[in-house]
Design a protein around this ligand. Structure first.
Ligand code: ATP
Length: 248
């Protein structure tokens, strides 16, 4: 794989239930320090691509049948999700998935399960999460199930941060959120990228907002990348405008 890529996905094919071919040779790269958007309509294969990187397909009877994934110079396809988290690769699943019966703070602490440092380091990281998400600090003792959709999305990202990730695979962060909240979440993603050096691969149907925050984008249709480019170039591309941005 080319030097410089933090994450590189090479020609992967994914099959569900032994017969349903969903990814038909997907290749993409996330450079060190990059924010890369994976765009496409509902069902194009965005979630499948993220799960094939974080190795979360098995629970859904999915299997990578071809291709490879490299992270930081190491081949990682086939490693357990747990090993990947320890290496710094973590996914924030679509739909937020907080533990509803735990408080916000307890949820965040579950994200530190792979950490070997002492309490102080974890306490410091909790403060770091609260620095980026002051709203979570206000809600720290609330049961996650009683917090708003935006707060749960923040909680899911905050929990991922507690593992000290190098890259976050963020699935559909805008889903179900009001535009102003979507903007807030993306603003924090940008801050985490710039100030903490976290790289992001984010799957989004909201092409407009994703291309305003990402540096680079890939467009997936029917399990294939049909277009890629710098975010600005994609935003000005006539096909992208017509089919994904709703303007022409
Ligand atoms: P969404 O925004 O709806 O999540 P997506 O682009 O992320 O869309 P995927 O969820 O990756 O798309 O799904 C891609 C295709 O794979 C769809 O046609 C979907 O029906 C199919 N698919 C997803 N999961 C399974 C599964 N467990 N078994 C069979 N087919 C599946």
């Amino acid at each position: 794989e080319p030097a410089g890529a933090l994450l590189s996905v090479n020609n992967i094919e994914v099959i569900y239930d032994h017969v349903i071919l969903v990814l038909k040779g997907v290749s993409l790269e996330v450079p060190q320090g990059g924010i890369v958007a994976l765009l496409g309509a509902n069902g194009a294969g965005k979630s499948t691509t993220l799960k094939s990187i974080s190795n979360l397909l098995r629970a859904e009877r999915g299997e990578v049948t071809k291709g490879s994934v490299h992270f930081d110079g190491t081949r990682i396809d086939g490693l357990t999700p747990d090993a990947l988290v320890r290496m710094g690769v973590i996914q924030v699943m679509e739909g937020r998935h907080c533990f509803e019966h735990l408080t916000v703070e307890e949820n965040l602490l579950t994200g530190a399960y792979t950490r070997k440092e002492g309490r102080q380091a974890i306490a410091d990281d909790l403060e770091l999460v609260y620095h980026y998400f002051p709203r979570l600090k206000e809600r720290r003792t609330s049961l996650a199930g009683y917090t708003s959709g935006g707060e749960q999305q923040m909680c899911a990202i905050g929990r991922a941060l507690m593992s000290r990730p190098k890259i976050i695979l963020l699935d559909e962060p805008s889903m179900g959120l009001a535009p102003q909240l979507v903007e807030q979440i993306f603003e924090i993603v940008k801050q985490l990228n710039e100030k903490e050096g976290v790289s992001f691969l984010l799957a989004e149907q909201n092409t407009n907002v994703a291309l305003r925050y990402a540096h680079f984008g890939y467009i997936l249709e029917n399990g294939r990348i049909v277009l890629d480019g710098a975010a600005d170039a994609l935003r000005n591309n006539e096909d992208v405008k017509e089919f994904y941005l709703g303007l022409s």
